[in-house]
Design a protein around this ligand. Structure first.
Ligand code: SF4
Length: 413
């Protein structure tokens, strides 16, 4: 009989994030746990012991500190924290999580499962089940930025697979799925994110997960070269950076184009948010924006600052980025005018630094200060595009054609 691999929610998440990363992880020898995984495993064990018979977390502190000191001395040195202090933070985090958990004893903890749906066998391990239909998964996260929202849980692979399992095996029509986060840090915190999953919702949402999982099963059996799978350059910097970058070798062009795509998406989201707010305001005031109606000539409302200081700052930073990757000043002004529609043309002109301050080729004067590398006179890349990611790729390709190497440093904002 052919062995058919089981699929876990973590595999589905990895695969959805980047198929190539999933394959590297899947087909490489298991790596020893890092300090983050150790923190998570320890936190789970401490909560489990508390749930059985109220064992106080502090009982584990000395052991935890010894384990950390013997296995992760380099990580601790990098984090500039002692093993004792790191252990104390884990204990303090568990103590923050405990009041948000049900009273012990917990009857159903760390229950392993596997079940079949749509021809795929899913597997998992449920940290805690209580009150008949509630599932709680403990998470130890380095930052509150990674905390999911209740809305995200509606499409989350783990929430859907765990809920489907409970519904199928226990005949439930509703499951309360919860993520209980512990966030260790100088001030440890705990947050619970709940969502009620109905059978109708799970039924509608599980199908795409099953289809993706069939692909996972097929690839696990075929064991392709990870490099033959589709990369996702947008995922390279996620969760502290992909550990397989040295094998995958994303190019500078790929990374910068992905960064521009992400920035554009963020900007679009922001704009949409503002647009919706503005619409709501207009609806509230019966179709007239607050501060008065624009006159027939379409003059801006005197109550609105069109040369907003924040927009200017953003425009300046955006322009600097575009100049850095080699766009001409003229193109930068055009791009900024498209992006910052509320800013008057003279404000945009003022935001875009003069070419000689950044890019010396057309300037007869030598710029002051240290210039690492100077492009030969006349070296320019020109392109017109509304798609920033594609535009950057095109600009870099033109530099390459001229035999120039472009070094790009990506910095998080
Ligand atoms: S480096 Fe980026 S594209 Fe390559 S495997 Fe990692 S996340 Fe995927």
């Amino acid at each position: 009989m052919t062995w058919i691999p089981h699929v876990s929610p973590t595999q589905v998440d990895d695969f959805n994030l980047c198929e190539r990363k999933w394959a590297f992880r899947q087909f490489s020898p298991k790596e020893p746990p890092n300090i983050g995984a150790f923190r998570g495993d320890s936190g789970h064990r401490i909560l489990e012991a508390y749930g059985k018979d109220r064992t106080p977390p502090e009982i584990h502190e000395a052991n935890l500190a010894r384990g950390l000191a013997s296995r992760f001395s380099e990580d601790l040195a990098e984090k500039k924290i002692s093993a004792e202090d790191y252990a104390a933070r884990i204990i303090a985090t568990c103590n923050k999580m405990i009041p948000l958990l049900p009273e012990p004893p917990w009857e159903r903890i760390e229950e392993k499962f596997s079940f079949e749906i749509g021809g795929v066998t899913f597997c998992g391990r449920v940290d805690l089940q209580y009150e008949g239909n509630a599932i709680r998964d403990h998470k130890f996260s380095s930052s509150a930025d990674f905390v999911k929202t209740p809305e995200i849980l509606l499409t989350d692979s783990q929430a859907l697979i765990y809920s489907a399992w409970k519904m199928v095996t226990e005949g439930l029509s509703e499951v309360r799925f919860e993520l209980g986060y512990g966030i260790p840090g100088k001030k440890p915190r705990a947050i619970v994110v709940p969502q009620v999953m109905t059978a109708e919702h799970v039924d509608a949402m599980i199908e795409p997960i099953v289809e993706r999982s069939k692909e996972i099963v097929r690839l696990r059996l075929a064991r392709p070269d990870p490099l033959s799978l589709t990369p996702n350059w947008n995922a390279c910097e996620a969760f502290g950076g992909c550990p397989y970058q040295d094998r995958c070798k994303p190019s500078a062009e790929d990374l910068i184009a992905a960064k521009f795509d992400r920035d554009e998406a963020k900007q679009e989201k922001k704009t949409m948010g503002l647009l919706n707010k503005a619409k709501a305001k207009v609806a509230e005031t019966g179709g007239v924006a607050q501060g008065g109606k624009p006159d027939e000539k379409g003059k801006p409302d005197p109550g609105v600052r069109s040369d907003d200081g924040h927009a200017k700052k953003e425009c300046f930073a955006h322009a600097a980025k575009l100049l850095e990757v080699g766009l001409s000043r003229e193109d930068v002004v055009t791009q900024c005018a498209k992006k910052f529609v509320g800013l008057p043309a003279d404000a945009i002109e003022a935001c875009v630094p003069k070419p000689q301050a950044i890019n010396p080729p057309d300037s007869p004067k030598e710029p002051e200060g240290k210039v690492e590398e100077k492009a030969p006179k006349g070296t320019k890349a020109k392109v017109k595009s509304d798609d920033l990611g594609g535009m950057v790729k095109s600009v870099l390709a033109q530099f390459k054609e001229q035999g120039l190497t472009v070094e790009i440093v990506i910095k998080s904002a």
